[in-house]
Design a protein around this ligand. Sequence first.
Ligand code: PHE
Length: 336
Amino acid sequence: MIERIEPLLKEVESVLISNSDELEIFRLKYLSKKGIVSQLFEEFKNLPADQKRDIGKPLNVLKSTAEGIFNSKKEELESNSHSGLQGIDTSLPVYLNQPGSFHPLKIVENRLIEIFYSLGFDLSDGPEIEDDWHNFGALNFSEDHPARDMQDTFFIGEHVLRTHTSSVQIREMEKNSPPFRLIMPGRVYRNEAVSSRSNCFFHQIEGLYVDEGVTFADLKQTLYYFVQQFFGQGTEVRFRSSYFPFTEPSAEMDIWVGTDTEENQRLTKGTGWLEVLGCGMVHPNVLKSCNIDPNKFTGYAFGIGMDRITMLKYGINDIRDFFHNDLRLLKQFQGE
Ligand code: PHE
């Protein structure tokens, strides 16, 4: 009998009781008339006297321990019930509230909107499924321009998944008349090999300013301002001449990130410069396509690669990380 009492004592001491139901189960099992302790006392009565001496003490310890646990738990639960906690399992671990966060791309989009708002730009957007005219034709792409090739564009019958946000320029200029001062953020699609640096969809923010007497100097100054605001005062930039069918002259803008770290070397292919946008003066043919007189109005446009600048700003090395929704990444942006 003694060898049954010892493990029972351990068992009684380790029972978890966190509500009144569990307390009742404990009572029935150990302390009720038909409970384990009473049964042991029944057996005890029939033992020969010499054994009673050895067993009486541990048996009483078992009984008083079980009673002690029962009484103290009972008291504890009753006092909790007075404070309104009855039925609430206060022993469960605490899960702190986990507020959501903005996606890093959204944080950057919001920041860009803020910066361009402060310069008097308004916000607009357009459809991701476009027709050939808005994505290409009105933007002065000739019929045989290589960018229309299946290699770059996802076609959906007669339509395309827009390859850039420049399509929104056309939609705006067709609808309204100058002046225009707009930014147009959105997702774009290209049939490109997926890697850490490029994805088959990504994000741009298009800028358009059309009015009388707008010059390339205005464009440069606006972009300088954006860079200083977004990346910090003193960030170096350079313009390289480039080609887009819808702007003339055209340029690309790089920012200096340096070659000091391995990461920056990789990002800039060893040059220290990272291309962040394409820009230029709106081509007269584009204005004409939208029934705007190019002799009266001039304008500039730019398209900033949002994924790129987000990667740079937050040190994200792989563009695909934006689309995995890994909470370990997203949680780092809580409160931003
Ligand atoms: N649409 C161009 C691109 O996707 C970028 C651009 C926008 C260039 C506006 C000039 C003016 O690469």
